[in-house]
Design a protein. Sequence first.
Length: 546
Amino acid sequence: MTDFAGVPDAPQSSDLPLLQALAADLAEARYTVDGVADFLGESAAAALGRDQLVPAILRCREETAKAEPDPVSVLIRLWLAGEEVDAEPLDAALPRAGTRGLLALGLAEAVPNGTFRAAVDLRPYEIDDDADSVDLWVASDLGAHQRPGVLRHDHVLGIGQASLSLAQLTIRRPVERALDLGTGCGIQAFHLLRHARHVTATDISERALAFTRFNLLLNARALDLDPQHLGKRVALRMGSLLEPVAGEQFDLVVSNPPFVITPRTRAENAEDRFTYRDGGLAGDEIVATLVRTLQDVLVPGGTAQMLGNWEIQESDLANSELRETQETGSRNWSSRLESWLPPETDAWVIQREILEPAEYAEMWLRDAAENRNRAEYLDSYAAYLEDFASRRVRAIGFGSIFLRRRPVPGAAPLRRFEEITHPLEQPVGPHLGAAVGRFDWLAALPSLENAHLEVADDVTEERHSRPGAEHPGVILLRQGAGLRRTNLMSTELTGFVSASDGELSVGQIIGALAVLLERPEPEFAAGLEAEVRNLVLDGFLVPAAS
């Protein structure tokens, strides 16, 4: 089976008229992000976003008592709250598709008592970018909060924080060919279709590709797809890592791979793995493999962005304590990642979180509801700790990785490894793209002497001094947008920024400061220009508008 239209135990997508009818019903019922939020109210909608169903259920039950309940309440009960629903309100809420259509599509199943319940999670999703806002619907497997019990091992994950984070950090630019590696239910492919002429979506799971195909066709009109000729803009391929696209190249690759570090056992087989998160390799090898090989499928100048976990081992930390790494952002955590990089690959890694092994085990055992059986939980927890101990892992980092096949071979590489744990402006992708552009601008200028700079619009200055002190003891520059960095300023750097209004060149400002501060100009100029370059790279200073 190559088109994934009729995969057993997954949504069926061969009946195109029925899919179009369902899409029309969902839109008419206002089963959209805004429609659901308006019906539930602020408090219940917020609780639903935390996977807490009770307020939504109570609101829907209140509506059910009415003679003609709002259709959106019926759909919320069925798909978001996981409640059983009678055929009559379902048929009224979905007049074109009806209960029979839901059964045919694999979206609902009959219960022996004569009611119907969700077979999958089908929820509204919204893409809101500079162009316009688009309402979509996304089918995925039901979560543990909707259907009790441990998740199935071929569980197809829906809209989660990781997928949303990747969508927000992706640098959007018009491209010919894009690759969604490990597509899951297709979220990243939806976003890519907004700015890529053609998208290839791959996954190791046949069920995941069936969900993706269903979602693409259900949203065909909004995504500008021809349902009769899906292959003109989208290719679905099954396989591991880069195998399905061997020999091809893309302008952009995005990936939320199954990066979760999972204990390996001799007796395990593929069916034992949670395919949405476990790539089947030991430790962080799946992330390492992608970092080493993604350049092979990128055109020159092509970029890849992915999420990942990486181990921080004792050898990485040297003599630093884990507490120091967590509190000060010691650079040692990045040494293994740096060793994975090919020479001609640019890289920018942002570590957003760090967990010790016990915390990591608890998080992922809870994620798949494996904490509900005490004996199995104890065994699995112990296996995690033993696995990490075997490689002397002290902590596990999580974050984002930006890679680029260097446009000019032999040029100075972009290599940034930083820890940023505070909230960022979302979407952060445009700010990452601007930072890469500033790096290229700086790389093309061996000297900034004749450059004209100005302070970015979102930058403010903050001064702190002891009571009664004549001068401030601490001066900080803060960004209000993007990565929201803070930079501790020296006296000379503060003076430079204060004079950076685009009128004077960098050389003129540095020369004036050298005279004013009575500093030997060659050494002073070199040191200050290096600091100025860092401020440009971080976005505090930008090239002046001509």
